[in-house]
Design a protein around this ligand. Sequence first.
Ligand code: ADP
Ligand code: PHD
Length: 448
Amino acid sequence: MKVAKFGGSSLASGEQLRKVFEIVVSDPERKIVVVSAPGKRNSDDIKVTDLLIEAAEQQLRGDNGEHLIEDVVSRYASIAEELDISESVITGIHENLMALLHADQSNPKRYLDALKAGGEDNNAKLVAGYFQSLGVEAQYINPKKAGLIVTDEGGFTRVLPESYDRLYALRDEPGIVVFPGFFGYTLDGDVLTFSRSGSDITGSILANGVKADLYENFTDVDAVYAVNPNVVSNPKGIRELTYREMRELSYAGFSVFHDEALIPAFRAGIPVHIQNTNNPAAQGTRIVNARDNTNGPVIGIASDKGFCSIYISKYLMNREVGFGRKLLHILEDYGVSYEHIPSGIDDVTLILRQDQMKGDAEKKIISRIKKELHADEVNVEHDLALIMVVGEGMRHNVGTTARASKALAEAKVNIEMINQGSSEVSMMFGVKGHNEETAIQALYHEFF
Ligand SMILES: Nc1ncnc2c1ncn2[C@@H]1O[C@H](COP(=O)(O)OP(=O)(O)O)[C@@H](O)[C@H]1O
Ligand SMILES: N[C@@H](CC(=O)OP(=O)(O)O)C(=O)O
């Protein structure tokens, strides 16, 4: 049995849905189909999820978001018209979205999540209706009915372990199961969405729950490439990579697959196959437990912008019991998480996502570090990009860091910091944000 997830780009129009149908029915093992909301039809288009977020925000501000709901409904209506799907499906979608728009707003986060999830939920109904109209046995199944239970304790949406056993029963449903991605329900029955692009996570959870043989992730590229194809043209495609490598790369900027989507599939030992809806004959990329490491130290290079660093120096920091705890406690007080902590004997650097520093949080954090920890020096640097060079082969190859630093030096990119992950499958370079593309290109040409 296979779980096949189709991303927003694969469901953006009637023409795309036809491709999805052909792919699903071409293999009887494709039993569970996870869908995103309709994505962009072209680069200037707006994703349904973004329209829904804007509608919810307008309502919360006291404005009227109904015109945005009408825009969303006309996206579904144009798909339905292209595919000759009954108008009653669109009437149902209209009623559902209007009801969500005018629902109780006393908990704004819950209100927003419920409306956002409407994009996937209604698309699953539409896709199931389309499959049925073509004479195929298919049914929409809601995550609450299936037992996909989540919690947001700790500040982000996570699946509760008991969900997996409940989801196993999906195996026995008749026909094809069309399941909306991106959200689950709390034990109290509220909708919670995963982070953006989170339908990949739903697919992985379902693959684990039903103990699938394969988790297929259909998107709009022929493969996961060694670098972002928007930064280097025609980069090398990757045929196979390990869960660990993909986790590092997707965390660091390979938006093609969500970094939180690896763990459920990995825990159940289910391989992931990334494929192209627009070219299903292409080989795609397989994510597996172990791979042959004979093709050099580096498999991929990813990057992401929007980080800042807080450098703290204090003589004899290494001897001071509790220094790290006190430092992290200050961050916790402001609800700020850190990404990395490279450290020396008398100094430590915190790397954070800059957008967490809302209002005067940064000023307050710095002032408390100076005052409460009696630091000798505290410096903040903004607008950093983190570049992750990833490959299982790095453990067995000498000189990879030297090659990377030389390539960056030759491209005149100053390295602000280096951090080698303890896993030894990645090394990270911090560079100024404006050097990101130059750095990626230099590293790509060094290693590929
Ligand atoms: N290393 C990479 N390999 C392939 N695609 C990448 C990579 N890095 C970023 N991308 C981008 O990811 C996109 C696919 O992800 P996404 O837009 O989330 O698709 P979907 O709509 O299927 O969810 C590609 O079109 C490409 O622009
Ligand atoms: N529609 C949601 C969830 C998702 O997974 O979308 P996509 O498959 O288009 O990345 C989002 O835009 O975040």
